[in-house]
Design a protein around this ligand. Structure first.
Ligand SMILES: Nc1ncnc2c1ncn2[C@@H]1O[C@H](COP(=O)(O)OP(=O)(O)OP(=O)(O)O)[C@@H](O)[C@H]1O
Ligand SMILES: [Mg+2]
Length: 235
């Protein structure tokens, strides 16, 4: 198999005096894999993504992404890490309303020090690939939910991250727009993009990921490998 992109070893995270939000989670995700993370509300899915994204640190255990020990990064190292290694997609898009679509997409490259003309060129190319180039000059507020999520996907891909993370990317969309985003994620994975998607949406899990990991009370309870997940998807 190929090199791991994500390697969690015995990662635990506890908030205040509550029960652990994550309890000794070990997980390896390899290059080119698409993994769906499923589990009830409060089971630790977002906590897991936050550890992988370096937005939070485990109390014990290690988190390694693309060779970087994410759990050991300081604040600026962690911001730099996110900029270069991670694309993130959220339920509510998190676009900046006072920037145009093109400027939203170009922003991660500008923050990474890429020249304006080059950032614009890449943003235009991504918007065209994702079929939303006609909205390049519009403000996000004028777009439908599905279009906004496409913009968010374009932004997430801007710095060509080895890893794309999504937390309920279809959670705020109607069925048709949700399927559209599912297909988009499936296409990206087919092109080789490594993907971790947290979702309650079983049809999203089936259409855009080969492997399914389940979490309950902060523990991994199930890890359905690609072949079994594919068989289930057919059923
Ligand atoms: N910043 C925080 N401070 C205190 N407790 C937190 C914090 N973040 C998460 N928790 C707790 O950790 C547990 C796991 O939360 P998490 O957000 O990871 O769940 P989730 O699986 O993403 O849920 P949902 O499906 O509702 O988004 C919950 O009990 C939650 O209340
Ligand atoms: Mg969550």
């Amino acid at each position: 198999m190929t090199v791991p992109v994500i390697e969690l070893r015995g990662a635990s995270r506890r908030y205040d005096d509550g029960p652990p939000a994550l309890h000794e989670v070990s997980l390896t995700v390899r290059r080119g894999e698409a993994v769906a993370v499923l589990g009830p509300s409060g089971s630790g899915k977002s906590t897991l993504l936050n550890l992988i994204a370096g937005l939070d640190r485990p109390d014990t255990g290690t988190v390694t992404v693309d060779g970087v020990r994410v759990d050991e990064l300081g604040e600026s190292g962690s911001a730099l890490y996110r900029r270069s290694k991670i694309g993130m997609i959220f339920q509510f898009f998190n676009l900046l309303d006072d920037l145009t679509v093109a400027d939203n997409v170009a922003l991660p490259a500008r923050l990474a020090g890429v020249a304006r003309a080059e950032a614009r060129r890449r943003a235009a190319e991504l918007l065209e690939n994702l079929g939303i180039d006609r909205h390049a000059g519009a403000y996000p507020g004028r777009l439908s939910g599905g279009e906004r999520q496409r913009v968010a996907v374009a932004r997430a891909l801007m710095n060509r991250p080895p890893l794309l993370l999504a937390d309920e990317p279809t959670g705020a969309l109607d069925t048709a727009a949700g399927q559209d985003v599912s297909r988009l994620l499936a296409d990206l994975n087919a092109e080789g993009q490594t993907l971790v998607v947290v979702t309650h949406d079983l049809s999203l899990a089936r259409s855009c990921t080969q492997r399914r990991v389940e979490i309950a009370d902060g523990r991994l309870t199930e890890d359905v490998p690609p072949r079994a997940a594919a068989t289930e998807a057919v059923r």
